[in-house]
Write a protein that binds this ligand. Sequence first.
Ligand SMILES: [Zn+2]
Length: 198
Amino acid sequence: MEYYSSQISQLVEQLASLPGIGAKTAQRLAFHIIDMPEERVEKLADSIVKAKKTIRYCKECLTLTDKELCPICANPQRNHKVIMVVENPRDMSAYEKTGKYEGVYHVLHGAISPMLGIGPSDIRLKELMHRLEKDVDEVIIATNSSLEGETTAMYISKLVKPTGIKVSRIASGVPVGGDLEYIDEVTLLRALEGRVEL
Ligand SMILES: [Zn+2]
């Protein structure tokens, strides 16, 4: 990449450092951005900065929001005694799209992965346990069916069981290794309805 000007190289490098963007895509994006009208580039940069400045974690469920409490946690119509534990905000929105889940969520922001050196203290488990000190009827574990997701589910069930709160795991209609966000709503609903108590 040395034949580019250093500005372009820098842009490519920065884009390539984002997750899911390989060197090739980074290069294509960089050239695309350079071809865009300056005004649009400014708008893009501006929305990135604004998002970064205003978006934060919901005080309750830790999803991304621009208020202290996300709309779900702030909604008194939701059942705050049922907490569905998901790995990330994308999984949460997948369940929200079904429109059938009435409880609230807890976003772990990851899953336990001994291989990647991600331990229980690297995800938001402490916050979950803290929430369970309140009046909670059920914890539904909806982590992915990957090895990491299953490891995390097992770990959580061991933590929650001694509290006497019901713990369940979504049914395994979800394909192994499948990311929740790519699974259609019918499958998600079936997984939720067919959940088994651990
Ligand atoms: Zn929330």
